[in-house]
Write a protein that binds this ligand. Structure first.
Ligand SMILES: CC(C)(COP(=O)(O)OP(=O)(O)OC[C@H]1O[C@@H](n2cnc3c(N)ncnc32)[C@H](O)[C@@H]1OP(=O)(O)O)[C@@H](O)C(=O)NCCC(=O)NCCS
Length: 175
């Protein structure tokens, strides 16, 4: 993994309250822990197969953990993200933070790292979809600088009733 990716986590933009963290490429062995978070934070979580297929397809996939120490050599996963690289663009597919670790700036840390990766891989445009009802995530993205550029009708399944629209958001990655 590029050392540059983790520079974002040590830089001056990180909030004081956020724990010192490290990003590591997601491994198959991480999937059970990732699934625990996924099932905790989504009503309709990705399946184990979705994660395994994404890794097999070579998508960008990282987990975020506190920096290990002698006392705690194996630290728990706090969050993760997966993204698909296209031609001069990156598509963020999943970004999640464990419920107990939310609100500490960890999503911002991961977005910073993803933006560095976009610069490194010549992807000046970053895209994502988010459920219209997911006000919290929409606000996180807006605060980060994403613009809401469209709506994809019936994009998401729901537990009951008609499918839900997605808000399409886009960020011109700072170079
Ligand atoms: C959305 C999610 C990833 C955000 O993670 P997080 O680590 O809690 O977010 P951060 O602490 O990094 O917050 C980022 C910014 O949003 C702001 N923010 C966070 N929660 C907010 C809220 N409820 N209302 C308004 N602003 C909020 C923070 O203040 C911060 O802004 P700042 O950097 O300008 O101070 C997390 O809530 C999550 O995993 N949710 C469930 C899964 C999900 O919905 N993922 C997105 C699917 S598209």
């Amino acid at each position: 993994m590029s050392a540059l990716l983790n520079e974002a986590l040590d830089g001056p933009r990180g909030p004081q309250s956020a724990p010192a963290t490290r990003l590591q490429p997601m491994q198959l062995a991480d999937v059970p822990e990732v699934l625990t978070i996924e099932r905790e934070v989504y009503a309709l979580p990705w399946s184990e197969g979705n994660f395994i297929d994404s890794m097999a397809a070579g998508y960008v996939a990282y987990v975020l953990r506190p920096v290990p120490s002698l006392r705690e050599p194996k630290t728990p996963i706090l969050g993760y993200f997966l993204a698909m690289k296209g031609f001069e663009e990156m598509h963020l597919l999943n970004i999640s933070v464990a419920a107990a670790a939310q609100g500490q700036g960890l999503a911002r840390q991961m977005l910073d790292a993803l933006c560095r990766l976009c610069v490194e891989q010549n992807c000046p445009q970053l895209w994502l979809e988010v459920r219209l009802s997911n006000q919290r995530a929409r606000e996180v993205y807006r605060r980060y600088g994403f613009r809401e550029v469209g709506v994809r009708r019936g994009y998401y399944p729901v537990l009951q009733g008609p499918r839900e629209d997605a808000c399409l958001m886009s960020l011109a990655v700072p170079q």
